[in-house]
Structures are given as structure tokens and as C-alpha cells.
Design a binder for this molecule. Structure first.
Ligand code: NIG
Ligand code: FE
Length: 405
């Protein structure tokens, strides 16, 4: 007996990224059936009992889940190419920030930019990601810091998703830097974040997550904790920039609030890693920022492996520490700099990226999951992390719909 479906992809190798005991969850000669935007069959072609007129011959190419970039700041005004030049002359990222540059200079440019300017620039960056197979992208606010600009950034982010037909997951990052209005009053600013902005973000469903920059040039663990407390009361999920430049134990703190992810984590002490296992928190690796800041301290990868902490890989696309709109390059860097296997790198941009966003229907090719998939002209999935700027998907589907980029 056969069942009808909307789309049938046959004659493909499938990196399902399911944990089925085979590397990459690979199926050598497979088929995938899609109905109503969901995957209804994945397995051997010969055993598929689905039928449709809409059949795609996969030409023995490789099918993967759509890529997931789980950490970006791609909505912003202006650029920071001048700071790049300063850093090349030896001025540090932290010193630029302390002198009023860095995130604060992007805040000024973002406040001054109109909605359309922000939207067009953000759509262009998101298109670069989509062309490489990114079907889900997380986008943070955090360059407005006042109520109106933060909400404007989140509206732009959600609008870009609708415009491009790409899944966008939005995060409110009010505690990113101290705005000029609150100079010398960081606790007053945290009050404003928790009592004024977060309730509006939650009520208007502008974002599903809240993030903080817990760092000497950001906010203290105590201030971060107040944000986490408020998030819990409003039903917003927690993510955190921690241990990027120093070890303030932000990851342990975030894990106590069941954070979805802790991001950067270069300075995380291996002895703190078990706290993440307990809370099911994902370690998000951001090798683009590591590269641009010429960092030498590497995240505790062996401890993550030993304690079964899922590792995600993301671009951190932003104007300062990581102006890099390429998730495949981030995967390559995670392998070269941090020693991830190509399989771990692909898991970082698929199944573990989904976990870092709390998305339970994305990141693997399995029955019941959203039909977000890419078809690549490669003979083995390890090629995706191996090559730089050599691969673009031949085909992309989001929610079962074929996307033309
Ligand atoms: O993830 N660390 C804080 N936030 C961003 C940098 C933002 C910026 O420099 O504009 C990051 O690296
Ligand atoms: Fe970031």
C-alpha cells in the first residue's frame, strides 16, 4: 500500500545526523518523503511506500539537514572597519571598548539608522547565510539598548525571516553594553532591562530568548543573574555570552538557570564543565571571534566531549569581533582551531545548533521533523568542513518548500 506525499527526494546519500550508531547517521542510498512541510519518511529507497508526481532525483548527491546558525548579531548600523585597522596596529578589543568604541559605536550607528536601512543591510547578510544552506538563524538585538531601538532591531530580525522565508529565532540582548544614558549606573540599567524592556519583549513576542554579555567589559555575574531571574518569571529562555575574555564563572551561573546555551567559553575551566551536563546546556563555539581577536585560549573541547556536552558552531556574525557571514567557514575554523572532527562540526551546525535554540523539530532528518534540508554536490559529508568557499547547496528546502536564492 502506498501513501500520497508532496515531495519525494530519491537517489540520495543522507547525512541524517541522527544518532543511529553510524557516522553522520549516514544512509547510503536513500529517499526522503515530505508531506505538509514535515518529513514523513527517511530510509532506504527500496522500502519507501510514498508516492507523488513531485519527484526530485538527487543524482547521488548528499542530503543534510538545513544548516542552523545559532548565534548572530546580524542586525546593525554602520561598520567597524576602522577598529579592525586599530586592532591590527596592536590596540586590543577590550581597550577599544573601554575607550567608548566597540559595541558602543555600533549602538550609536544603529540608533541613527532608519528601519529600512537596517532591514536592507540585515537581509543582505542573512542572504549570504541562506546561500550557504542556512535555513534557521538566530538573531540578537543588543545594539539599541533603549526600548525603541531594541524593539526595532527585533522587528527587523523577524521581518527578514518573513521576507526571505527563512526561520528566525530572536533573542533580546539588552545586557550587551552600558548605554550612555546609564553611564556609571549599570544596576539602574539592569533594572530598566528587567522591568521595562523584558516585559514588553515577552508580551509582544518580539523574542523567545534573553542573552547577557557576562564579562569585565560587559556585566557582572550578579547583574547577569538578575536578568536570568527576570527571564524565568516572563517565560523567556536563557542564553549567555560567557568566558570570552576571562573566567567569571558565567557558564556555571547560566547553567543554574537551565540556559539553552553558553557561548564563546574559551576561558571556561574544564572543572566547571559538568555543570552543563546537568542542565543540558549546549556549548556554542564561535571560532570567527576567536580568529578575528587573535585569541590563543581555546575552549575546553576535551572536557565537553568527556562530559557529553553538545557543541554547536555558529558565525557570531557581528560588526566587531566576527564580521563573517559564512557558517561553512565557521565549521572549518572549529575543526582547524579547536580540533573538532568534521562530523562534530556538521553536528554543531545542525542538530546541536537546534538544541542551542530549543528547537525540537529541527536539526536532523527524521520522521516528524520539519523538512528543512540541503542537497550538496559532495561525495562525503566531511567535505563540508574541509573546504573553504567551494560548496553551495544545489537545492534548499525550508518547511518542504523549495527555496530559490
Ligand atoms: O559575541 N561579546 C559580545 N558580543 C559580540 C561582539 C559584539 C561586537 O563586538 O559588536 C560577540 O563577540
Ligand atoms: Fe555574540
Amino acid at each position: 500500500m502506498t501513501h500520497p506525499c508532496d515531495l519525494l527526494i530519491t537517489n540520495v546519500k543522507i547525512a541524517t545526523m541522527q544518532d543511529n550508531g553510524v557516522p553522520y547517521g549516514l544512509i547510503e542510498s536513500g529517499a526522503v518523503a515530505v508531506h505538509n512541510g514535515k518529513i514523513v519518511y527517511v530510509g532506504e529507497s527500496t522500502k519507501c511506500r510514498y508516492k507523488t508526481n513531485n519527484i526530485i532525483d538527487g543524482s547521488e548527491y548528499l542530503l543534510t539537514p538545513g544548516l542552523i546558525d545559532c548565534h548572530t548579531h546580524l542586525v546593525y548600523g554602520g561598520d567597524r572597519a576602522g577598529e579592525f585597522e586599530q586592532r591590527l596596529q596592536g590596540v586590543s578589543y577590550a581597550d577599544i571598548a573601554k575607550a567608548g568604541g566597540g559595541i558602543k559605536s555600533t549602538v550609536k550607528a544603529t540608533r541613527e539608522a532608519g528601519f529600512d536601512t537596517l532591514f536592507n543591510a540585515a537581509a543582505k547578510r542573512a542572504t549570504c547565510l541562506l546561500k550557504e544552506g542556512v535555513t534557521t538563524v538566530e538573531i540578537k538585538s543588543g545594539y539599541g539598548l533603549d526600548l525603541d531601538t531594541e524593539l526595532k532591531m527585533l522587528e527587523v530580525a523577524n521581518g527578514v525571516g518573513e521576507y526571505l522565508g527563512i526561520n528566525v529565532s530572536t533573542t533580546y540582548l539588552g545586557a550587551h553594553a552600558l548605554p550612555p544614558e546609564y553611564q556609571n549606573n549599570p544596576d539602574g540599567y539592569i533594572d530598566f532591562v528587567c522591568s521595562t524592556v523584558m516585559p514588553k519583549v515577552a508580551e509582544g513576542q518580539y523574542a523567545t530568548c534573553v542573552d547577557v554579555f557576562c564579562e569585565s567589559i560587559g556585566f557582572t555575574p550578579e547583574q547577569s543573574q538578575r536578568v536570568f531571574e527576570a527571564a524565568g518569571k516572563l517565560g523567556l529562555k536563557v542564553k549567555a555570552h560567557v568566558e570570552q575574555l576571562s573566567d567569571l564563572k558565567g557558564a556555571v551561573l547560566a547553567s543554574q538557570y537551565n540556559a539553552l546555551s553558553v557561548d564563546h567559553v574559551e576561558f571556561m575551566n574544564p572543572s566547571d564543565v559538568p555543570s552543563l551536563t546537568k542542565s543540558g546546556t549546549v556549548a556554542v563555539l564561535l571560532p570567527g571571534a576567536f580568529y578575528y581577536l587573535n585569541e590563543t585560549q581555546k575552549p575546553p573541547i576535551d572536557a565537553f566531549r568527556e562530559h557529553n556536552v553538545p557543541m554547536a558552531v555558529a558565525t557570531d556574525l557581528n560588526p566587531g569581533s566576527s564580521p563573517m557571514a559564512s557558517l561553512l567557514t565557521a565549521m572549518n575554523m572549529a575543526s582547524v582551531f579547536f580540533g573538532l572532527t568534521p562530523e562534530e562540526a556538521l553536528a554543531g551546525a545542525t542538530v546541536n545548533g537546534a538544541k542551542a535554540l530549543g528547537l525540537v523539530t529541527k536539526g536532523v532528518i527524521a520522521t516528524g521533523m520539519d523538512a528543512d534540508m540541503c542537497l550538496w554536490d559532495v561525495s562525503h559529508p566531511c567535505e563540508l568542513a574541509y573546504a573553504i568557499n567551494q560548496h553551495r547547496p544545489e537545492q534548499i528546502w525550508i518547511g518542504g518548500k523549495h527555496v530559490v536564492v
